[in-house]
Write a protein that binds this ligand. Structure first.
Ligand code: ADP
Ligand code: MG
Length: 676
């Protein structure tokens, strides 16, 4: 058996189970070995019920004394209750939708129950704990799973895989690096990450694997950056852009002026600019982007601005058109949903140079778009694009300058991971006269009041958003949540019958979306009920109020982004979060949002709570699938890995030495994965 063998070579894996593993992206024994646990059940100390704590998950050994029937309590939800004892105190255990687990439990037998514990007078309670055989001990690995696979199965197969192929695991890091940074071998690390003998061995394994991920990533980023720097771009002349900034109708903030200057300086060099502009929502990134595009235009070059959604792309088009009309600079739009004939016309004008500035969605990076002389590429709300897409667009010109704009304030370490190939500018100053949005958290019983609030604004001619998570009822969600469409109808017909209410959601046809969005920005609609499609970038300064239904369904950064849609004018704006959550932790999270207006604080909190994978919702993130690394806690390791990357590159800039061969292969693989 080899690392490259199919999983069916393992005992216990047939074609059917192989398919399940394939769903997780695991196609060979080698890939199985790199499927790391997402956590461990710590069974090193099982507790008596009287010693169990409310504060962290506990492992409790107890004998089952009673088992109730599994009962449906409402559609899609069953409950089963079990009593157990450790001969001193009692444990009441409730399972939800866990018939299979409960059926397997036998009265009179002893088990370890692992999970959160609540103290009660005569003992305690647990909800849906993990049920483990009493013979198990140590750290029980818990794997990322798919339906049909359990951690127990994965762990059994992992054991077999390690027994047969463990010896074949190749070292991927140069010897010198292992020695210098005190890292264990790859083989040892992989054995220990699945079946650690104790805390110490686990830490050693994690350190080694995380270090390798960071190192691979740092090297990948440096190589990418190096490649860009080698290319020879267009050095612009340092022409003044004052006439443009003077026409904007406001004075640029100090931060905007500084960042524009940084970009202009970059663009005057033959090395293509590759810069990330980070600025919280409302910090005025569009004006910065526009100034840079004006600079390119004055130098005789075209610019392209890529946005993640059609709504945002068409809004950019409208904004830019207004800004550039006085200078006779033509702005075009290219999105996937445009009619073929319209697209063809725009493409022709891009090719012959009639259009100087073009905004659009992914359509812009398609093969058949040919630019006349593309000099600058801006991608807005970049975290939705991967490195590869960024590269694809930059192939459209002769090494054009690139700017990436991000509204999600990204903690420094994570910024490096996402954008390590870029230089960074920060817009750390809000335009003057901005009044922070007042945010309130209320329960659903007060939602009538929130709607009254919205109605009063409408009477004064001011606009509001109502945002709902569009979640359809699935088997996992036991609570049906209002779909945006239903809610819009209900609100339009009842609570806000005297207002003009529009609806925007992701499944509408793009033309329809645009019509609604335009009606809202023209103030023909006072209320816009919407799913999160308005999350990024939309700018309607007359909108002063946002109501967010089921706010607990959103991530913190997402709520912050949403809230950024109001408070864009000079007036006091409001954000009302409605949530019926009983979960104290969720409540605390929502209170963080209510209390702080600082996007960086929100982002750090979010990152702490959810980890970097979920932080951006990782399918769309372009975030490499760092398997082990937890950016917040592993900053020191990241710094070390960056240092090691520098050392390796100074010896072997192109990574062609034999000792770096495995690393080089892994870097290529990682860069592939980075482009979602
Ligand atoms: P974001 O950084 O979220 O993309 P925008 O570029 O959409 O922010 O700007 C938000 C709003 O602030 C827009 O209405 C814009 O016209 C306005 N704005 C931008 N810069 C300034 C400034 N220096 N002074 C006043 N208003 C500004
Ligand atoms: Mg924006």
């Amino acid at each position: 058996m080899e690392l490259s063998s199919r999983l069916t070579a393992l005992k216990g894996v047939g074609e059917k189970r192989e398919k399940l593993y394939q769903k997780l992206g695991i196609n060979s024994i080698g890939e199985l070995l790199e499927h790391y646990p997402r956590g461990y059940l710590d069974l090193t100390g099982t507790l008596a019920i009287k010693d169990a704590s409310d504060e962290h998950p506990c492992a409790i050994k107890a004998t089952v004394t009673q088992k109730g029937a599994t009962r449906p309590i409402r559609k899609g939800l069953t409950v089963s209750k079990i009593r157990a004892t450790d001969m001193e105190r009692d444990l009441l255990i409730t399972f939800f939708n866990a018939k299979y687990t409960v059926d397997a439990i036998e009265v009179g037998k002893e088990y370890i129950f692992y999970g959160d514990f609540t103290k009660r007078l005569t003992g305690g309670e647990m909800n849906s704990p993990a049920v483990i055989s009493p013979e198990e001990s140590g750290f029980l690995p818990q794997y990322p799973l798919t339906e049909g696979l359990s951690s127990k199965m994965v762990s059994a197969q992992m054991k077999t895989a390690i027994e047969c192929c463990g010896k074949q695991i190749k070292e991927t890091l140069p010897d010198s690096v292992l020695k210098k940074y005190g890292l264990c071998s790859k083989e040892k690390a992989i054995r220990a990450i699945h079946f650690p003998s104790g805390q110490e061995e686990l830490e050693e394994a994690k350190k080694r694997l995380i270090f390798e991920e960071f190192l691979t990533f740092s090297l990948g980023m440096s190589l990418t950056k190096g490649k860009i720097r080698e290319e020879s771009g267009n050095a612009f002349s340092n022409l003044s852009t004052e006439e443009f900034t003077e026409s904007l109708g406001f004075e640029l903030t100090g931060a905007q002026k500084r960042v524009v200057a940084e970009c202009k300086k970059d663009m005057c060099s033959k090395i293509p600019m590759s810069r990330l502009i980070q600025g919280d929502v409302g910090s005025g990134k569009t004006a910065v982007a526009a100034s840079c595009m004006f600079f390119a235009a004055k130098n005789g070059y075209q610019s392209a601005m890529m946005a993640p959604t059609e709504v945002l792309a068409s809004q950019h088009k409208a904004t830019l058109e207004k800004m550039f009309a006085p200078f006779g600079i033509k702005v075009g739009l290219l999105t996937g949903s445009m009619k073929a004939s319209e697209k063809a016309a725009v493409k022709a004008q891009i090719e012959n140079g009639e259009i100087t500035i073009v905004t659009g969605t992914h359509a812009l990076i398609q093969e058949d778009v040919v630019f006349n002389n593309l000099g600058l590429i801006i991608t807005d709300e970049q975290h939705r694009f991967g490195v590869r897409q960024r590269m694809a667009l930059s192939k459209k010109g002769t090494a054009p300058h690139t700017i990436v704009m991000s509204a999600t304030p990204i903690p420094r370490t994570l910024a490096f991971v996402l954008y390590g190939d870029l230089d960074v500018s920060v817009l750390d100053e809000m335009p003057k006269n901005r009044i922070p949005v007042k945010t309130y958290l209320i329960g659903p019983e007060l939602s009538q009041r929130a709607f009254n609030f919205v109605r009063n604004f409408a009477k004064e001619g001011k606009q509001s958003y109502i945002v709902c998570p569009l979640i359809e009822k699935t088997e996992e969600t036991t609570l049906p949540l209002e779909a945006a469409a239903d809610l819009a109808e209900q609100i339009a017909g009842q609570e806000l019958v005297d207002c003009n209410v529009g609806l925007l959601h992701g499944r509408m046809k793009p033309a329809e979306k645009e019509r609604v969005m335009r009606a809202f920005s023209d103030n023909l609609l006072q209320v816009l009920v919407s799913t999160t499609v308005i999350e990024v970038g939309v700018d309607v300064p007359n909108a002063v109020c946002m109501v967010i239904e089921n706010a607990d369904r959103f991530g913190l950064s997402q709520l912050h982004q949403l809230r950024g849609r109001v408070g864009r004018g000079a007036e006091q704006s409001y954000c009302i979060l409605i949530s019926g959550t009983k979960n104290p932790e969720t409540k605390r999270r929502l209170e963080v949002i209510a209390k702080t207006a600082d996007g960086f604080k929100v982002a750090e909190e979010d990152l702490k709570l959810r980890g970097p994978g979920d932080f951006f919702g990782y399918r769309q993130s372009g975030l490499p699938m760092l398997k082990m690394a937890d950016m917040m806690t592993d900053i020191k390791l990241l710094e070390l890995a960056k240092k090691a990357a520098g050392e390796i590159l100074s010896d072997d800039p192109k990574l062609i030495n034999p000792e770096n061969r495995e690393l080089y292969k892994n870097i290529q693989k990682l860069l592939e994965e980075t482009a979602v």
